[in-house]
Design a protein around this ligand. Sequence first.
Ligand SMILES: [Zn+2]
Length: 172
Amino acid sequence: MAKHSYEYNNMNPTATVLRRLDPMVIEKPRNPIHIHTYGGETPFFRGLTEGRLMATKCVNKKCDPSGKAGYYHLPPRVYCPDCLEKMTWEDITDLARKTARIHTHITVANPGAFNRVPVPCEIISVEIDGVATVIMSYLRGAKPEIGMPIEPVFETANPTYTILDLSWVPRR
Ligand SMILES: [Zn+2]
């Protein structure tokens, strides 16, 4: 049986490469294109690329508690978790600039996230006045502390069109 040498990576998308003879293993490279829609969450992700933090709110006054309390949901929910009606979008960038603070934090050595975030990564959950939920994100250029006032930073120059376009820094 002839001796074969095998390439670890076959970058030729049309080639079939023999990896092993027994058991026989062949490699058929794929070059997949992943297409994903943000659907109803589009205002949030589009907002990040425009330097705006968009949240949702239930405007159904009979809805308890979301509609009656009138608080925001961030991460946004397209439909209300309490009455299932479609939520309304609002820009809460200024509210976040004035009132955001660190709720909890953890330092992560290998955050994954397409290897685009600074490491070690300071993962934080962010509390904002009038928002019923906390949003997970990451802090740049500072050691996080619970209660630390922070403000959002948006990657508008070179957006990734993902949640990574939102990060936070200590409030100036
Ligand atoms: Zn509702």
